[in-house]
Design a protein. Sequence first.
Length: 153
Amino acid sequence: MITPQAAWAIASGIRDAKNPVYTVADFRAAMPAYSETIISDTVLQGFIDLANNIVNIGRWGNLWKEGMRLVIAHYATLFLQQPQAGATAAEIVNAGKIQGSVTSKSVGGVSVSLDNSTAVSDLQGWGTWKLTQYGAQFAQLAKLVGKGGMFVP
């Protein structure tokens, strides 16, 4: 017989479990471009800790590693957009501004226009997750993984 508490837990849609260990080596194996010369183990470990608080295996199931990879890559990519040591004040200020998408650019007889607004238009309320392809992918998966009813008395 199922207890009332267990029935409420099932009906609520809340899923919680202890995440397995996810290491810097796991991330570097999945994303080899993020080498130690690009981003330090210490910085990546901070993003792994953050991802462990965002992506729970109880909710994500067999997509957990992908969710972890996307969260870490998103924050690592944003981190890499920051100015490096020795940057000028103007470079620091410019790096801190939210960047828009290039919609038109021309050089000589060649021009390119890019507009990603439709690619992220269904991510209203997802804030900075729209600033990288990894964040947008994570948000799309999170919307799917989080689907379903939820009732908490």
